[in-house]
Design a protein around this ligand. Structure first.
Ligand SMILES: Cc1cc2nc3c(=O)[nH]c(=O)nc-3n(C[C@H](O)[C@H](O)[C@H](O)COP(=O)(O)OP(=O)(O)OC[C@H]3O[C@@H](n4cnc5c(N)ncnc54)[C@H](O)[C@@H]3O)c2cc1C
Length: 118
C-alpha cells in the first residue's frame, strides 16, 4: 500500500470542499496481504432502490420532497430518507437531527400527531 502525506489547501471546489495537496518526498510503502477500504464519502445506492421506485439525483443521492407536509419523503411515498444519503457527507449530529425530522414526516404521513421537535 502506497501512502503520501496530504494537507488541505488550494481553492475550494464548487461544492466548497478544500483540495488536498500531496507532499512529495513523504511517500511510504507498507507491505500488506490484503487491504480493506473501510471508509468513504460517496453514496452507494443499492439496486433495490430502482425496484422500489426510489429516485436518485445524478450524483447518486436520494431525492426527497421539500414540501412541509411530506418532508424527506422519497419518490416512494412509504419511504422517508435523510442523512448522508440525501445531503452528502456531513456530521453525526446532523444525521441525528434529520433522522428526527424524517420521523416527524412519517408520523404526519401516517396521520398520527407529530410531537414537537426536540
Ligand atoms: C471516515 C469518516 C469519518 C467521519 N468522522 C466523523 C466525525 O469525526 N464526526 C462526525 O460528526 N461525523 C463524522 N463522519 C460523518 C458521519 O459518520 C456521518 O455523517 C453519519 O454517520 C451519517 O449518518 P447516516 O445515518 O446518514 O448514515 P450512516 O451512518 O452511514 O448509516 C447508514 C446505515 O445504513 C446501513 N445500511 C446500508 N445499506 C443497508 C441495507 N441495504 N440494509 C440495511 N442497512 C443498510 C449501513 O450499514 C449504516 O449502518 C465521518 C464519516 C466518515 C466516512
Amino acid at each position: 500500500m502506497k501512502l503520501i502525506e496530504t494537507r488541505l489547501g488550494g481553492r475550494p471546489d464548487r461544492a466548497g470542499a478544500a483540495f488536498r495537496k500531496w507532499f512529495p518526498g513523504t511517500e511510504e510503502t507498507i507491505e500488506a496481504d490484503a487491504v480493506i477500504i473501510a471508509f468513504g464519502f460517496l453514496p452507494s445506492p443499492p439496486d433495490w432502490f430502482v425496484q422500489q421506485q426510489i429516485a436518485l439525483h445524478a450524483n447518486g443521492r436520494v431525492r426527497v420532497s421539500a414540501a412541509p407536509q411530506q418532508r424527506f419523503q422519497t419518490t416512494n411515498p412509504k419511504v422517508f430518507r435523510r442523512g448522508d444519503m440525501v445531503r452528502g457527507s456531513d456530521l453525526v449530529v446532523t444525521a441525528v437531527f434529520e433522522g428526527r425530522e424524517a420521523a416527524q414526516g412519517i408520523l404526519r404521513y401516517l396521520g398520527l400527531r407529530a410531537s414537537p421537535a426536540h
